[in-house]
Design a protein around this ligand. Structure first.
Ligand code: NAP
Length: 252
């Protein structure tokens, strides 16, 4: 299937590893120019070198999304470098791990405001091209997961914001969807660390997944890239769960 995105321009945050990196890989394979960020400058440079060595147009910067001013400045720089923005994926998270005030602030600043600030800076460009946005939430937003923590609640807020944003931006031709992955395994990722540090937890999570295994970043990226493409032209304001049957509740 031709996704019809060759020549488009995308901004993806947190794309030096994991889901963000696979989204960028898949976008450039389809002929999309990308701008990405992460905090580690070496990892950004390495990612850009890999992508451009294979012929892609890719720009990168070391930016901490929790620094609102630096983040907004980078988004505007990225639009200039790309010559516009057709697609936006705010993928960075403040991570799970607790319910301290520090956790709540991190998830507010990064998961939620990372999306909000991005939309504020990019809406004009997205409207100019009738573009598409995908937020990255989590199954932790839709079903009880581990403990009452800021990550779960802020990922839920992100779904509500995204679904209502789709209503506001729909008339101007911009689609907004949310992807909620279940547990995704990759080397260097959170589940890799849990596998090493707490193998019993790793196994109990795996046993709860209907497909009997963790998901891969590629399995999430494939759906994200489809949603960003005009092949999903009638899909907006939806939260798409990608979890191999990890979530047990039934939704009608
Ligand atoms: N992995 C899972 O099982 C899973 C499940 C459900 C949802 N998700 C969601 O999927 C998204 C990606 O998670 P992931 O597990 O694939 O990757 P990850 O290990 O969380 O890292 C993703 C990327 O974000 C960058 N990053 C982290 N904090 C940043 C910050 N403050 N500013 C800028 N960049 C930052 C990282 O590079 P630096 O460290 O160099 O900054 C890296 O490139 C997140 O929103 C996460 O909540 C993941």
């Amino acid at each position: 299937m031709d996704l019809k995105i060759n020549g488009k321009k995308a901004i993806v945050t947190g794309a030096t590893r994991g889901i963000g990196r696979r989204i960028v890989n898949q976008l450039v394979e389809e002929g999309v120019s990308v701008a990405l960020c992460a905090r580690d400058a070496d990892a950004v440079n390495e990612t850009i070198s890999d992508l451009t060595a294979n012929g892609a147009t890719a720009f990168g910067a070391a930016v901490d999304v929790s620094d609102g001013d630096a983040y907004r400045a980078w988004l505007n720089q990225a639009v200039e470098q790309l010559g516009g923005c057709d697609m936006f994926v705010p993928n960075v998270s403040g991570g799970g791990g607790g319910g301290s005030e520090e956790n709540w602030r991190a998830n507010l600043e990064i998961d939620l405001l990372g999306a909000v600030r991005g939309i504020e800076e990019l809406t004009t460009s997205l409207q100019a091209s009738k573009g598409a946005v995908v937020f990255i939430s989590s199954t932790a937003a839709v079903e009880t997961f581990v403990m009452p923590q800021s990550y779960n609640a802020m990922k839920t807020a992100l779904i509500t914001y995204g679904e209502q944003l789709a209503q506001a931006l729909g008339p101007s031709g911009v689609r907004v969807n949310i992807v909620s992955p279940g547990s995704i395994y990759f080397e260097g990722g959170s589940w890799h660390r849990i596998e090493q540090d707490r193998p019993e937890v790793f196994k109990s999570i795996q046993d709860g997944i209907a497909m009997g295994r963790y998901g891969t970043p590629e399995e999430v990226a494939d759906v994200v890239v489809f949603l960003l493409s005009p092949r999903a032209s009638w899909v907006t304001g939806k939260n798409i769960i990608i979890d191999g049957g990890q979530v047990k509740g039934m939704r009608f």
